[in-house]
Design a protein. Structure first.
Length: 451
């Protein structure tokens, strides 16, 4: 990285950043209060509020959002007449899955092979630390040249829409000239990337019932309709022979015209086992950024251990459908529900329920903010031009903000590059990426202030 005061300051702050990230990762802030204590999320929220106050933020507040969680807000005034930039991150995290599968404890930040491991290290507690580093570097080098708003969401991973509803009810709160969403990541370590599209999503629960109660499989099996078998048939109908998503009436042939994603690189990033084929058709980028993708997230059925010889009377599943830009998530939900109901065999009773939804997003990459970010990244990543990539995941808040503030520019950056393994076992963050992106964000704020 080229020597400059901002980069030097960020480098000097990295030990502090590691200590702070360790404190934040230690909170088991999963916003599913049936599994994790609400006090863990509240502890993380209060930690962030205290950190913002320590940096001179005013109007720091814990916002009670409609889904029962808290988002943290703060405002740092800049020079008179300055532009306003909103910096976003979320402090809630995915459950750690199988804790025994982690090499080190998921809620204990652990350094190993040059990376920092822990749930939320990249997604997205590290994003909050990135914002703090950028602001501290600017304060040490002449001051922050813009008004800054920070919003740290408490339920992004649950998709329950608390902050979205709150923002709609208080539209003045998050108003800004530009919004930096610190919740995506570089295409690969060391390649500066902004995310220009996000797929939307819908979550649908399906329940299939066939009998008044379970039956002995020896006495009744072969004629009694098995609800679990019926559910499996329905779920199988969501994929073509090659694994492509097939929802009746839903287009699945869009193409991606940006950064290419080579199949061998994808296999490596996704850790696909030797001999196992990729699914779908078209390029990898088409499949993960431009087309719908269905995933069965869970099935309620008897576990193998303790199973009895029974024909199942009822079964249910949770189905996720990722929706690319250009397709309305509400319409996709209707199509998915209609498909599930139409493909249920044997006259089984079926019901579907939508439990979450978010629209897809497409950024305007021709805006001044993108030019300012490209210049900043060129300094933070010498010799590398900023790239544009899609993101298969969803950040429903983006469309809410775009609708509330149509004149605002929205940029998506972050620490969740492929090696981070977000949502999976052994999530980690690259400290080098944290350092470089913090420098880039600081320089962006300076560039944008004078653009």
């Amino acid at each position: 990285m080229s020597s400059n005061p901002v980069a030097e300051t960020v480098a000097s702050l990295m030990p502090r950043a590691r200590a702070e990230l360790a404190e934040l990762v230690a909170f088991q802030s999963v916003a599913d209060f049936d599994q994790y204590p609400k006090s863990e999320s509240e502890g993380a929220a209060n930690w962030i509020a205290d950190a913002l106050r320590a940096e001179g933020f005013t109007d720091v507040a814990l916002l009670d959002t409609p889904d029962g969680t808290q988002s943290v807000y703060g405002y740092l005034p800049g020079p008179e007449g300055a532009k306003t930039v909103l910096l976003y991150a979320h402090y809630d995290v995915q459950p750690p899955l199988d804790k025994a599968g982690w090499t080190s404890p998921p809620f204990e930040l652990t350094e190993r092979d040059g990376r920092w491991y822990g749930r939320g290290a990249a997604d997205c507690k590290g994003g909050l630390i990135m914002h703090l580093l950028a602001l501290r570097a600017l304060k040490a080098d002449g001051g922050v040249p813009v008004n800054v708003k920070v919003i740290a969401e408490g339920s992004e991973e649950q998709g329950t829409g608390g902050l979205e509803r709150y923002a709609e009810e208080h539209p003045e709160l998050l108003a800004a000239d530009t919004i930096v969403i610190g919740d995506t990541g570089n295409f690969r370590v060391g390649l500066p990337t902004v995310t220009s599209t996000l797929r939307g999503m819908t979550l649908v629960r399906i329940q299939v019932d066939t009998l008044e109660g379970n039956l002995h499989s020896g006495q009744f099996g072969g004629a009694a309709p098995d609800a679990l078998a019926a559910l499996i048939r329905v779920l199988d109908s969501l994929r073509a022979e090659d694994g492509s998503t097939t929802v009746d009436g839903l287009s699945g042939d869009s193409v991606w015209d940006g950064l290419a994603y080579e199949e061998e690189q994808f296999r490596k990033d996704a850790k696909v086992l030797d001999g196992v084929e990729l699914i779908g058709s078209g390029t990898v980028a088409d499949r993960i950024w431009a087309r719908p993708a269905v995933t069965v997230l869970g099935i309620d059925c008897p576990p193998v251990v303790g199973a009895t010889p029974s024909v199942q009377a009822g079964a249910r599943a949770l189905v996720s459908l990722r929706v690319p830009p250009g397709i309305d998530a509400g319409e996709a939900t209707k199509l998915l529900q209609a498909h599930l109901e139409a493909h249920t065999p044997w006259g089984a009773r079926v019901s579907t329920e939508q439990i979450g939804q978010g629209q897809a997003f497409r950024a305007d990459t021709t805006s001044p903010a993108y030019r300012a970010m490209a210049d900043a990244m060129a300094v933070a990543y010498p010799g590398q031009d900023m790239q544009y990539a899609g993101q298969g995941g969803s950040i429903p808040l983006c469309n809410t903000l775009a609708a509330l503030y149509p004149q605002a520019e929205i940029l998506l950056i972050g620490l969740s590059e492929p090696e981070a393994q977000i949502h999976a076992l052994n999530e980690s963050v690259s400290p080098e990426e944290l350092e470089r992106l913090s420098v880039a964000e600081a320089l962006f704020l300076r560039n944008y202030a004078t653009d």
